[in-house]
Design a protein around this ligand. Sequence first.
Ligand SMILES: [Ca+2]
Length: 152
Amino acid sequence: MTMSAARRRVTLAATAAALAGGLTVAAPAHAHPAGPAHVSAVADLSAASRPCPSNRWCLYQNTNYGGAYYFAKRSSDSNLSNNKMSDGRSITRRTSSAWNNLPNKFVRLYYERNWGGPHVCIRPGTGIKNLRPYGLDNHVYSIGVSTAACGS
Ligand SMILES: [Ca+2]
């Protein structure tokens, strides 16, 4: 069937319907009633987060760079226990993901203060969305920033 034939057939059908039903016009098909608004009554403010800015390394409360955050421009930090996340609470026992946005610098997250214990290294412009597989989930006590490449 050609398009013009199809259009003609539709027109004929509409005309027939109009004739059969007098001048009653059906409501437009697109006039859907407004759907119910499914808005969560309880907003989780702790879920609010921000992308890691350039020239910063960033720690996040939750996996996938969510929740409260800590952005630092500074270099290494031997003890994060006196630093606070965006919500004013501690970093050391809550960090679950991290991003390194320092150009040409490698960021190492350590299990202990003074760069001790196990660590994981993050290359420039990358992140780790879940520290759990590295044994560092909710346990990051110091940060090392250097030009020493990961694995070196
Ligand atoms: Ca956490």
